[in-house]
Structure formats: C-alpha cells, structure tokens
Design a protein around this ligand. Structure first.
Ligand code: SF4
Length: 391
C-alpha cells in the first residue's frame, strides 16, 4: 500500500524518509513540490535526484479525495463534494471576497455532537478524516482555482476549520494538516489566517494552544448554561464557566507564541484594537459565533447576558443569521432583531459583525454543510421515535 505524501507534515515526512535511509532534508523539497507547486507526480519534481524518484516510485502517492460534484453559486461561492469512500462524501466551500478568499474545510464525515440547529450534526457521524483528506481539500482547491503560490497567485488567503465535524475531536490529524497550512514549505499561511472553530472541547483547546496556536473561534450560541445545554449539548460536559476560562488560557498562551507580535496584513478590527488597549490585553482574540434563532436566543436580554458573560475577554462576535434546513425546528431571527442584538453588543464596546449569507443557493452557507454520511451513530433511529412522539 503506497504512502500518501499528503498525510505528512514536514517533520513527519523527514522522519519517514530517514527511516528509509534517505536524507531528511529531502522532506522540504517534497513538501514544496506537493503543496506549493501542486505537483502530484514524482517525474515532475525535477530537482529531486533521479535515484530518489526511482526509489520512491510505487511507494508514495499524492492522493486527495476525488471530486464528485462542483457547484458555483450566483455570488461566486463554490462548493465541492469530495468522495472519501464507502459511500461517504464531505464538503469544502470556497468563499471569494474582494480582498480575501476563504476556504472552509471539513474535519470529519458528519459530526457526533448533535448541536440542535446544525445540518451537519443532523446527518450523524461516520469517521474522522485522515490528515491527507483534510489537507487534500486545500491542495485540491488550490489546483482547481489555478493557484501559483511561487508566483504569488494565491486565491485562498484564509482557511477556516468550520466545515463538517468538530475539529478538536480529530485532534492529531487536524493539527498535522494545520501545520502544513502554516509551514513555509507548505502553504505559508500566518496563524492568524488559519482559524479553528470548536463547540468547546475544553481539554483539547488547551492542547491546541500548546501544539498549534492558530486563531480560535468558539461556537457559543447561548449566553447561559440552561440554553446552551439545549443548543450545544457538549455544554453539559464543559459548561460556560469552564469554556470561558479555557478561552482566556488560550489567549494568554497564544500571545506568547513565536509570531505573536506579527499582525501581518490581516486587518484587526479597529474597535477591537481599542478594547485591547483599554484592557492591556494581548493582541489575540477569540471569535464567538452566535447563530441567530428567532425567539430562542435573540432578545436584548440575551445580548446583555452575553456582555456580562464575556466580561473583559478579548473577543469579537460573529452573528450568523440561521440558515433553515428541512425539519430543523428553528427559524432565522427577524432582521430587526439581529440589528438590535448587534447594537447592544456594539454599545457595550464589542466588535460585532453580522455574517453575510453566502452560497445560499448551493447550501454552502454556515451550518448547511451536509455531504453524504453513512451514519454509524444511529442518530436517525434515535430521532425518529422522538419525532413521532412529538407529532
Ligand atoms: S455545530 Fe459543529 S460541533 Fe455542532 S453538530 Fe454541527 S458540526 Fe458538529
């Protein structure tokens, strides 16, 4: 069985080469060919010695998941359905904007966490993706979008681990893939341009801070435990007090990371910078995602509770108008309610943005990634009797 080069970060590939009696520094060359140049065939890696290419032939492949559907929405959002075998498919979404291009990457086939409002969670769970299947989404998308990293043609400037799955539940493979994203021999993205979004797996947030401190987003969605227990059930295990403490530890740890002073060219929201200065806090911040559900979590009282909850934690809010899907049981908040909610946060001195709904016509908007999941969690079986009872 050939080894897939997409499964390695540079250190892992160097160790693998060394174990085969090869020079470990060849790993850097191989990584540059595979990731920066997008080359899949050893014959195309022209500065590798012919003898090494001959040795590796038949032993290694570069294999990303195969594309089974490619859709482009009227707003330019592009979504790929990628086959990961045994009837399972994952989704990857590219969102072009004027000054950036963001790729939303999946980490699992489905998700085991069952957040009440989430289309992915509704589909059940099959398995974790391998590192190759995760970084393969970026590798494939760069090729499909005509990237030429060596020449500075970089359609994907940001990556968000916000597709299907809870990334921290697939920790090792996600960290390997993110290391390739950050590596100068890989995609060379700054850690501020790679964002991991978690529902709040507290112990793994601490591990992430040590292993690969990228930008952190937290799916908050509720300002108190009673409501969050219902919307994001993992809250029953790690309630808000523990989650907020983990966010604070993450910020403190990330601020001492090697490139913590490097704000690069990714703009920091002006209001946020002012708030940091007032608090004397580091320049990192947590993004709290908050899906706006009509009559559930979208009142002014909820907004005030949210302000009290986060206190002086350096953070910004991203308000996400709910994207309805069949039988979700939720509705999108009224536009006026979203504006009022945002206003309450702004007047308390926070940065609060409302996410534009992109790719609606291809179900590529937040919370709508639903791939093809051969559910092994028997969620549907558990849900159907409940739904029958309610009816
Ligand atoms: S919101 Fe995220 S963690 Fe929750 S079920 Fe959906 S994919 Fe999983």
């Amino acid at each position: 069985m050939p080894v897939n080069l997409l499964d390695f970060d540079t250190a892992g590939l160097a160790a693998w080469l060394e174990s085969r009696g090869e020079k470990p520094y060849r790993a850097r060359q191989l990584m540059r060919w595979v990731h920066r140049a997008g080359v899949a065939e050893l014959d195309g890696m022209t500065d590798l010695p012919k003898s090494l290419r001959a040795t590796l032939a038949g032993e290694v492949v570069v294999q990303a998941p195969a594309v089974t559907r490619d859709s482009i929405a009227t707003d330019g959002t592009r979504k790929w359905l990628l086959s990961v075998g045994t009837g399972n498919g994952i989704e990857t979404v590219f969102i072009p904007e004027t000054a950036r291009g963001t790729l939303c990457v999946s980490s699992q086939v489905g998700c085991a966490l069952e957040c009440a409002f989430c289309s992915t969670g509704r589909q059940g769970f099959n398995r974790n993706l391998s590192a190759a299947e995760i970084i393969g989404q970026l590798w494939w998308a760069n090729r499909a979008l005509g990237a030429d990293l060596a020449a500075g043609k970089r359609p994907i400037t940001n990556v968000v681990m916000m597709g299907m799955g809870e990334p921290l539940a697939n920790f090792d493979n996600v960290v390997t893939a993110m290391r390739v994203m950050l590596d100068d021999h890989g995609y060379g993205l700054s850690r501020r341009r790679v964002t991991l979004s978690t529902s709040g797996m507290v112990p793994w947030m601490d591990r992430l801070r040590e292993a690969c401190p990228v930008s952190l987003a937290v799916s908050l969605h509720a300002p108190n435990d009673a409501l969050r227990d219902r919307l994001v059930p993992i809250n029953q295990k790690w309630p808000l007090r523990e989650l907020l403490a983990a966010c604070r530890r993450y910020i403190d740890g990330a601020a001492s990371a090697p490139d913590a002073g490097d704000l690069d060219d990714d703009p920091v929201p002006a209001g946020l910078a002012a708030k940091w200065q007032r608090a004397g806090s580091p320049r990192d911040f947590v993004t709290f995602e908050y899906v706006m559900l009509r009559g559930v979590n979208d009142t002014l009282a909820h907004a005030r509770e949210l302000v009290d909850l986060v206190g002086d934690l350096p953070c910004k809010f991203n308000l996400i108008p709910f994207n309805p899907f069949p039988d979700s049981g939720f509705e999108r908040s009224h536009p006026e309610a979203i504006v009022d909610f945002q206003g309450e946060l702004l007047s308390a001195g926070f940065v609060a943005t409302v996410r534009k709904t992109r790719g609606d016509d291809i179900d590529g908007a937040c919370g709508q990634l639903a791939g093809q999941v051969q559910d092994r969690s028997q969620r549907r079986l558990r849900r159907e009797p409940m739904e029958d009872t309610r009816a």
